[in-house]
Design a protein around this ligand. Structure first.
Ligand SMILES: [Zn+2]
Length: 213
């Protein structure tokens, strides 16, 4: 059997929608767990939409129009650490978590198109960051995400899940994050500093303004 088409995938799902075009909320699954941010009684899914005609272009799909066409700005407020091949930005536009840091290679690629040398270094960088994030007093666990539906250039999100706040465990962490009050930027900087230092120690490079305020 060949891998199925998206039309077949969609049709199988669409067969389960009710008269209002919605799938039922899976109360026996994660929506019913204690880590889910919303109460099931007041919840309904949005009407299911069919596949679009094409995948939309993402920001920086063309390398010439991507941020990586310009050198790293060492004065950038969001820059936490960088070296000759990688950079880490802090989420200064707002974070409800103790730390949210974006790791990107400076060479233009996505996860599926990484040059072998970039792929080889990625694991070690993620390990350094996760260890330093889990060393923060307000963090219980480091989480790692790769989405890439908005920007074409590879960016991995490392998040610090607040320590002992067990409701915030698992994949709903980002949904919680959107609803949490913002962490002050000076607190984000002091949490980012040990992570930037660990990166500089293990991978060279420089600590940026976001970890120095
Ligand atoms: Zn790029």
């Amino acid at each position: 059997m060949e891998p199925e088409s998206i039309e077949d995938y969609y049709e199988r799902i669409a067969a389960h929608v009710g008269a209002d075009g919605r799938l039922p909320v899976a109360v026996e699954e994660m929506p019913g767990w204690d880590i889910f941010p919303y109460e099931v009684d007041s919840l309904r899914l949005k009407p299911l939409q069919p596949p679009a005609a094409t995948e939309p272009a993402r920001r920086g799909e063309d390398a010439a129009a991507c941020w990586c066409a310009n050198p790293v700005d060492p004065d950038s407020d969001s820059l936490m650490w960088w070296n000759e091949r990688w950079k880490v930005d802090l989420g200064f536009e707002g974070s409800g978590l103790p730390i949210m840091a974006w790791l990107s290679p400076l060479v233009h690629c996505d996860l599926g198109t990484m040059p072998p040398a970039v792929a080889a270094e990625l694991g070690s960088l993620v390990g350094t960051m996760a260890g330093a994030i889990e060393g923060l007093p307000s963090v219980g666990r480091a989480q790692l995400a790769k989405y890439g539906d908005g920007g074409a250039h590879l960016h991995l999100l490392l998040m610090g899940r607040p320590a002992r706040m067990l409701q915030l465990r698992g994949s709903p962490l980002l949904d919680w994050e959107e609803n949490l009050p913002r962490v002050p930027s000076e607190v984000l900087a002091s949490n980012g500093r040990p992570v930037a230092r660990a990166l500089a120690e293990a991978h060279g490079g420089w600590i940026g303004p976001a970890a120095q305020r």
